[in-house]
Design a protein around this ligand. Structure first.
Ligand code: NAP
Ligand code: HSE
Length: 402
């Protein structure tokens, strides 16, 4: 019997419980043993939930789980960073394997937790923390053994992609679609981390640290979200044959690497323009492999729970490595060299703002105080510096994909 302690019983935790119940016979045949969820940590024992579970399995005390010698594997699905950091570390020290979905904790303590797991000879697996249900980290860990990765790029947040898709395809309002994404269980407990780009940035931190072999920290990534994109931006982009997508990207460049999360205006018909709803997509460019693509549901109960269970099965069958996949290479951050053409819409725009003429390649809208244009090719750094002068003027900045 393999005993599991589950930290968290929300959307994802309940998905895990349901799949394990549904597949118990097949899993017993596959593994030659039974999987039992012994205890489940929650904040409120009596909360109404959509999945029935015996009250005796629920606990408010993480020690009941992490301190239980019979529990072999901890699955962490709370979303709480401080609590999970503490109990994941303790679980390793007590010889327990950990599978987590929590990109916030992996991103914050990636190097430390990877080394602690290796030191204690236990598995630390986090497939579902990046791109939800899409298997991308396990193939990436396999590839970095031979392939030199020069670029990772992707749509990594289901909530943002769902919002942008519904605004573009159905003309719906941002606030209404965000509420839908929350009701569907895609959004974080605090959805500002989705729409401000932080969730995508954490996923890029994990993906790029693995892919490039150097620690790319949260501070090394330029981060913008979709919260300033308006209906007007969506319709102006549509008239130009483009769609807005929140794209994460890390690449090797001359002298180091660049890493950025930003909204991009992608041409209709291009690769990322076909990724719709809560789907995610990741492309990895390797010296020997060429371009590899991974796509599928980036959020939601069953896709995410299923990805977590692939890690759990790897722990039981010992089919991944306990050694840290991080390589400690040193690379210089070259974000100050990022450049491109940008769509810029400034609201409450007036004569006093003095937008330099040499910035403007093409004016696409000038009405009712909203001024939108495409910039000449320029450094992002210079453009942001100029925008800081306009202080409280609302603006939307979207990179033009080639
Ligand atoms: P959720 O529905 O809000 O569930 C969180 C669960 O954790 C709840 O059962 C809650 O207890 C428990 N919990 C939270 N903080 C706790 C604390 N301090 N002490 C004890 N229990 C605590 O969240 P979720 O959507 O399942 O997401 C969980 C994690 O999965 C997050 O890291 C999220 O980023 C990640 N994730 C989610 C998705 C998705 O599609 N939802 C996809 C990929 C990754 P109560 O039930 O008592 O409130
Ligand atoms: N809130 C996240 C998203 C959950 O929408 O992508 C999956 O990580």
């Amino acid at each position: 019997m393999v005993s599991i302690g589950l930290l968290g019983f929300g959307t994802v935790g309940q998905g895990i419980y349901r799949i394990l119940q549904d597949k118990s016979e097949e899993l017993r045949a596959l593994l030659g043993t039974e999987i039992e969820i012994k205890s489940i940590l929650v904040r409120d024992l009596y909360k109404e939930r959509k999945t029935e579970v015996p009250l005796s399995k629920l606990t408010l005390n993480p020690e009941d789980i992490v301190g239980d010698d019979d529990i072999d594997i901890i699955i962490e699905v709370t979303g709480d960073v401080d609590l999970s950091y503490r109990y994941i570390s303790q679980a390793f020290e007590r010889g327990k394997h950990v599978v987590t979905v929590n990109k916030a904790v992996v991103s914050a303590y990636f190097e430390e937790l990877s080394h602690l797991a290796e030191e204690n000879d236990v598995f630390f697996l986090y497939e579902a923390s990046v791109a939800g249900g899409v298997p991308v980290l396990k193939p990436l860990k396999d590839h970095i053994r031979t392939n030199n990765i020069s670029k990772v790029q992707g749509i990594l947040n289901g909530t943002c992609n769902y919002i942008l898709t519904r605004m573009t395809e159905e003309g719906l309002a941002y606030e209404d679609v965000l509420r839908e994404a929350q009701n569907l269980g895609y959004a974080e407990a605090n959805p500002s981390s989705d729409v401000e780009g932080t969730d995508t940035m954490r996923k890029l931190r994990i993906l790029s640290t693995l892919a490039l072999g150097a620690s790319v920290t949260e501070d090394d990534i330029i981060c913008d979200g979709i919260d300033s994109i308006s209906d007007l931006d969506i319709s102006l982009l549509r008239e130009m044959g483009r769609k807005a997508k929140l794209i994460a990207e890390a690449r090797l460049v001359e002298g180091g690497y660049q890493a950025i999360v930003q909204p991009k205006a992608v041409p209709v018909g291009s690769y990322f323009s076909w990724v719709n709803g809560a789907d995610n997509s990741v492309s990895i460019v390797g010296k020997y492999s060429g371009v590899l693509g991974f796509q599928g549901p980036g959020a939601g109960m069953y896709p995410t729970a299923n990805a977590i269970l692939t890690d759990v099965i790897d722990c039981i069958l010992q089919t991944q490595k306990k050694t840290s996949p991080l390589r400690g290479r040193r690379l210089e951050n070259r974000n100050e060299d990022i450049r491109g053409n940008y769509y810029l819409r400034i609201s409450d725009c007036d004569e006093s703002m003095k937008i330099p003429k040499e910035y403007i390649k093409e004016i696409i809208h000038d009405k009712g105080g909203d001024f939108a244009f495409i910039t000449e090719e320029m450094k992002l750094h210079d453009l942001l510096y100029k925008l800081a002068e306009y202080e409280d003027k609302p603006f939307s900045l979207i990179a033009m994909e080639d």
